[in-house]
Design a protein around this ligand. Structure first.
Ligand code: GLU
Length: 438
């Protein structure tokens, strides 16, 4: 797993140069995002004059989150909420709890949300939040106090019409219930629409939990059709076996594919004839990791990149596929369930080797698409059936993917650049229509 660098803090900004913390610092996540933006600028036509807006987050808040630990001492955690762009609507994006979270990472994740939300044409800008903490070291009570204090601290910039958080790495429905309750207590009125990914009994949506994995499968199946790859006989390798990788693996297995290798934070398992995915999911539910699953062979973690497969699904953290391992990847297609798993150098290597990369900004957009449905349902207090939700999700993902495929074909660019062309054009068109205030 990557170790991201510590954030650089702002110098005094000069009139034209980007302040240092916004510049491409070696290969941090924000630097990677900036390189991706630079690749799209030549395709933006006259809107390119607004492109600088993509290179600066609209608003970034750093908060101190002090809590009482169970042992009576006080601990301080650093929290962030970044609103990258709100030209198309309120900020939208998850909150992650992870020991490697940095400002640079949250800025990049918020920017990828802007592009993703525009690519699937949901009426949101992009935002992201996080706390630099290893949540596995906290008791349930400590986790609740930290979540509530963080929510209260970012309460000045979130709200159902301002910025709507959701789950991400190491956060879940319970986290969202605490966030919704804390915000509602501070407002003096129950406000279900302030977060999405909530439990069903608190205004959550059917199908939200599975939505990201379902979207990964949907675009994967569409792309497979385009390149003549038969899902029913495909070999799949998955990194990350949580809400995204676990569900995607299950759906590929249900479609007949063989899930031959799975890696998570605890280890790597492999089975040539195909893993029993439901059995592996229940092993992870009991033990917390794929390690020790007896119906498979254990692999050294680094050997994961050499596994013979047709489809590779990175569904964990950023910067997993790099110049150091991209040439080893055997797959014909990489589907980015995670945000930012492939560096620009690795993108170039994979393109040269004719490996198709379905980028995060479309491949994992199913989650936020159903978040949009949840937000709409909360506003109207009218809840849809699961069939309705899945049908609408599938339609949006297929149509968005088809449009992106067309742009990639027309301009002879990668699917990542094509998705950025579609997303950034929509963002900057809204920017231009709204104009500058004052
Ligand atoms: N954290 C998810 C993502 O990266 C979902 C965000 C949301 O639903 O707002 O897309």
């Amino acid at each position: 797993m990557p170790h991201t660098s510590a954030p650089n803090f702002p110098d005094s900004p000069t009139a034209h140069a980007l302040p240092s913390y916004l510049q491409a610092d070696h290969l941090g996540p924000w630097g990677i995002y900036l390189q991706q933006v630079d690749r799209v600028i030549p395709y933006l036509g006259p809107l390119a004059r607004w492109a600088e807006t993509l290179k600066r987050p609209k608003r970034a808040l750093i908060v101190d989150v002090p809590i009482h630990l169970d042992n009576g001492t006080v601990a301080h955690f650093e929290g962030y909420r970044v609103q990258h762009n709100t030209s198309r609507g309120p900020g939208k994006g998850g909150v992650r709890f992870h020991q490697d979270v940095t400002l640079s990472e949250v800025m990049a994740l918020s920017a990828w949300m802007s592009v993703k939300n525009a690519a699937v044409n949901v009426p949101f800008g992009g935002a992201k939040g996080g706390i630099r903490v290893n949540p596995k070291t906290l008791s349930l009570g400590e986790l609740e106090r930290m979540t509530r204090r963080y929510t209260s601290e970012i309460g000045i910039i979130i709200g159902p019409n301002k910025d709507i958080p959701a789950p991400d790495v190491n956060t879940n429905e319970q986290t969202m219930a605490w966030m919704m309750d804390t915000y509602s207590m501070n407002e003096g009125a129950t406000s279900t629409g302030v977060v999405t990914g909530k439990p069903l009994d608190l205004g959550g949506s059917l199908g939200r939990r599975e939505a990201t994995g379902r979207g990964v499968f949907t675009v994967g199946a569409e792309a497979a059709r385009h390149i003549g790859l038969d899902i029913a006989s495909a070999r799949v390798a998955v990194q990350g076996f949580g809400n995204v990788g676990g569900i995607a693996a299950k759906m590929f297995a249900q479609a007949g594919a063989k899930v031959v290798a799975v890696q998570d934070h605890g280890g790597t398992v492999m089975k040539e004839s195909g893993l029993d995915v439901p059995a592996l999911l229940s092993h992870v539910a009991h033990t917390g990791s794929v390690a020790g699953f007896t119906e498979a062979q254990a692999l050294p973690d680094d050997a994961f990149w050499d596994v013979r497969c047709d489809i590779l699904i990175p569904a964990a953290l950023e910067q997993q596929i790099t110049a150091a391992n991209a040439h080893r990847i055997q797959a014909r297609m990489v589907i980015e369930g995670a945000n930012g798993p492939t560096t620009p150098e690795a993108d170039d290597i994979l393109q040269a080797r004719n490996v198709l990369v379905l980028p995060d900004v479309i491949a994992n957009a199913g989650g936020v698409t159903v978040s949009y449905f949840e937000w709409v349902q909360d506003f109207s207090s009218f809840f849809w059936s699961e069939d309705d939700i899945n049908a609408r999700l599938t339609r949006i993902m297929k149509e968005a993917f088809a449009a992106i495929w067309q742009v990639a074909t027309d301009h002879q660019v990668t699917l990542r650049t094509a998705t950025f062309i579609v997303g950034c054009t929509r963002i900057l068109h809204s920017r231009e229509l709204r104009g500058l205030y004052p």
